[in-house]
Design a binder for this molecule. Structure first.
Ligand SMILES: Cc1cc2nc3c(=O)[nH]c(=O)nc-3n(C[C@H](O)[C@H](O)[C@H](O)COP(=O)(O)O)c2cc1C
Length: 396
């Protein structure tokens, strides 16, 4: 686990039932050697007392924008100035709405507006509050603004109803924050990633595509950004928002993707081919909608370019990582693909276990052998993959 020793953390606590877990989170940060300053909203103080947090953090707790203890009475700015990160756990639906919309009518939201450091929030609320369209809009906006969203997860709630919206456990939040504050393994590296499906037109309204959602590739892009890389994401059509800080290039067909990748591959240090690229495209797509006839229709398919193979064959090309989605004989097919493409690393997954899903399991194949990454959320696997790539890079 990454070290948070010496890191200066501002822990914000808002008014949800999960506020009691902030005491444990404070203890974990302090025990790991972090300097923790706690700011609580008025509602948070109804769930847990500032005295508890003061005792655990060993520092005065701030709750009031008009607190004259802060030099110059500029607490809404000063309290976050020397911080490495602001972490808000739990983050109520009300607080998410405030920050997403730039409101600052209490100390914690004003501090978030005036911050110079990264902000991570751990939402905690009942399932209806979480699923509410306004909350989802706010979360998407925060994500686009570069705010780290930790969880939430599914499970038991204090309201005994259960479902999505439960806050991550303090240990999980600690690990996410530690990873965000930890050394960046890919600083100054240019990483080119492909994600999502390709679409090959048959006529103006129909085409050949596949079930890739893009979630794995987008998670890899997110993990690469977190690791300090400069990331370009060449994406087939998906409904996903690109992670903050990523340059996104939208493409439709495999030939578009090929063009976009080949134009950038030589400048990249790492190329990660996560997209589910069609091997074939219909010859002669019709410029109008094909009418129904009386008999069968024959489609002739032509071979698409082998994007990964071509990048791997470049002289002085990037370090290449392939993905293989197989439906059977995962290991044998993946090993064969790695050898055929002559790439140093291949991540294999079962197509039926990954397409459209939020979790996955990966098997990595490299010169040293086989490394299993057990089933976990895609972002967790993506971080493990990036860590693996970073370890292999200096050997080049
Ligand atoms: C018993 C109780 C439990 C609550 N739990 C939550 C919760 O888990 N998540 C949430 O978003 N709001 C919860 N609320 C509502 C918030 O406390 C309320 O929206 C408040 O204004 C939040 O203020 P703050 O965001 O400034 O902390 C709860 C309210 C009560 C009375």
């Amino acid at each position: 686990m990454t070290d948070v020793s010496g890191k200066r953390i501002l822990l914000g606590i808002t008014g949800g039932i999960a506020a009691y877990k902030a005491a444990e989170l404070t203890r974990l940060f302090v025990k790991a050697g972090a300097d923790v300053r706690v700011v609580m909203t008025e509602a948070a103080c109804r769930f847990i007392t500032p005295a508890t947090l003061q005792a655990l953090s060993g520092q005065p707790v701030h709750t009031d924008m008009w607190d004259t203890r802060v030099p110059d009475s500029m607490g809404h700015i000063e309290l976050s100035r020397d911080r490495d990160i602001i972490v808000v756990a739990p983050a109520t639906t009300d607080f998410l709405a405030k920050v997403a919309n730039g409101l600052g009518d209490d100390l914690l939201s004003a501090l978030c507006l005036a911050r110079r450091c990264p902000l991570m929030v751990a939402p905690a609320m009942n399932v209806e509050m979480w699923q509410n369209a306004a909350t989802q809009r706010n979360v998407e906006r925060l994500r686009a603004d570069g705010v780290g969203i930790l969880g939430p997860t599914e499970g038991d709630h204090a309201d005994r109803e259960g479902g999505m919206g439960r806050m991550l456990e303090p240990g999980e939040i600690f690990a996410e924050v530690a990873a965000a504050l930890g050394p960046k393994a890919l600083t100054k590296k240019k990483v080119l990633i492909t994600a999502g499906p390709t679409y090959e037109p048959i006529d103006t309204v129909r085409g050949v595509t596949n079930q890739s959602s893009g979630k794995m590739g987008y998670a890899v892009a997110q993990a690469a950004v977190e690791a300090g890389a400069e990331v370009t994401l060449v994406s087939g059509a998906t409904v996903l928002a690109a992670p903050a800080g990523v340059e996104r290039v939208d493409v439709i067909t495999a030939r578009d993707m090929h063009k976009a990748v080949m134009a950038r591959a030589k400048q990249a240090d790492v190329f990660i081919s996560v997209a589910a690229v069609a091997d074939y495209h219909p010859v002669d797509p019709k410029p109008h909608k094909i009418k129904r006839g009386n008999g069968n229709l024959k489609l002739e398919l032509a071979l698409n370019p082998d994007i990964l193979g071509e990048v791997a064959a470049l002289a002085k090309g990037p370090f290449c990582v392939g993905f293989a989605a197989e439906t059977e004989d995962l290991n044998a097919n993946a090993q064969a693909k790695r050898k055929k493409k002559r790439i140093p690393l291949l991540a294999a997954n079962l197509a039926q276990e990954t397409f459209g899903k939020d979790t996955n399991a990966l098997t990595l194949f490299d010169e040293d052998g086989v490394h299993e990454l057990p089933r976990a959320p895609k972002i967790v696997l993506a971080r493990q993959l990036i860590e693996h790539i970073a370890k292999m890079l200096p050997q080049r």
